[in-house]
Design a protein around this ligand. Structure first.
Ligand SMILES: Nc1ncnc2c1ncn2[C@@H]1O[C@H](COP(=O)(O)OP(=O)(O)OP(=O)(O)O)[C@@H](O)[C@H]1O
Ligand SMILES: [Mg+2]
Length: 285
């Protein structure tokens, strides 16, 4: 791939994946009591300065997420969902409060240290997929492992395995524009999980998808959570989508307004079984 072919979207994806060469795979020490707490936000505030003004995006939120949870984060526009995800994902630092990830205080780490944690422990999935456009599904999924220094043939083996896991074993050589929106999002999910992160963070992952395709993507998330025990935090505007999660956290004006278990959980797999079958059309331009 030449430099000229790299778009701004590509650069964004790359920036999110860049890692310091010193990365290792240690998970850090864990005592028995706190073993299952993966994320602990304690009185987190985030204030953005805009000239003379201050925007209080988060006003002291405390939140724990345990290993194996599937949390939907909801709330009106501007309520602080993405700000929270950016902090959870070590893309941004809180102005106040502490953030423990896997029992490690990450709120005070430097930019480089955050990049290292991010690449080892966090898998990101965004609304816009953020795939490298002129790069095959397989190479897109290999990319984060390249940054982690994982060599071939291991890199390719793990990328293929991740693509098979999301149901794209037959499409590994397709370019993103040869895949449907749902398939592209599944490539992005494979890319997020291939480094075996502690948590997958998804910000509006179904925001660009039609309703059936959304259910298909939610089936992948439910499979990863139910069958593989992968912890997921997912931002959505839609209550329908939140009902595939196990727990719903609702934000309002930079605070957590509600935090409750999903009483009647939807099963994407069952719903898909009840829908008529479809062909995956290729999305050629
Ligand atoms: N980089 C920034 N600089 C200044 N203000 C910001 C910045 N990012 C977010 N904000 C402000 O912080 C508040 C929370 O924004 P955030 O993006 O977290 O909302 P959100 O809940 O994700 O909304 P949406 O549903 O529209 O995505 C908003 O008032 C927003 O304008
Ligand atoms: Mg947002």
């Amino acid at each position: 791939m030449s430099q000229a072919e790299i778009t701004i979207e590509d650069q964004r994806a790359e920036a999110l994946l860049s890692v310091s060469p010193s990365a290792d795979y240690s998970t850090g020490g864990e005592d028995q009591d706190s073993k299952n707490v993966l994320i602990a936000l304690d009185h987190i505030s985030k204030t953005y300065k805009m000239g003379e003004f201050e925007i209080h995006a988060l006003r002291g939120i405390s939140l724990q997420i345990h290993k194996g949870e599937f949390v939907a984060i909801m709330g009106t526009s501007g309520s602080g969902k993405s700000t929270t995800m950016n902090i959870l994902g070590c893309l941004d630092k809180p102005s106040k409060g502490s953030y423990f990830l896997d029992n490690e205080d990450v709120s005070k780490l430097s930019k480089d240290q955050l990049a290292d944690i991010r690449n080892r422990k966090i898998g990101f999935v965004f609304q816009g997929f953020n795939l490298l456009s002129r790069t095959s599904a397989l190479e897109n999924v290999e990319l984060p492992m390249l940054y982690l220094g994982i060599k071939n043939p291991e890199r390719t083996r793990r990328a293929k395995e991740a693509l098979e896991l999301v149901g794209l074993g037959e499409r590994i050589n397709n370019m993103p524009n040869q895949l449907s929106g749902g398939q592209q999002q599944r490539v992005a999910i494979a890319r997020a999980l291939v480094t075996q992160p502690s948590i997958i963070l998804a910000d509006e992952p179904t925001g660009n998808l039609d309703s059936r395709t959304s259910v298909e993507v939610m089936e992948v998330f439910q499979f990863l959570n139910n069958e593989r025990g992968i912890t997921i935090a997912l931002v959505t505007h839609e209550t329908d989508i939140a009902q595939y999660a196990k727990r719903m956290v609702v934000f309002k004006d930079g605070k957590i307004k509600r935090d409750q278990l999903v009483k009647v959980r939807r099963s994407a797999k069952l719903e898909l079984e009840q829908m008529p079958p479809i062909d995956f059309e290729e999305d050629d331009e």
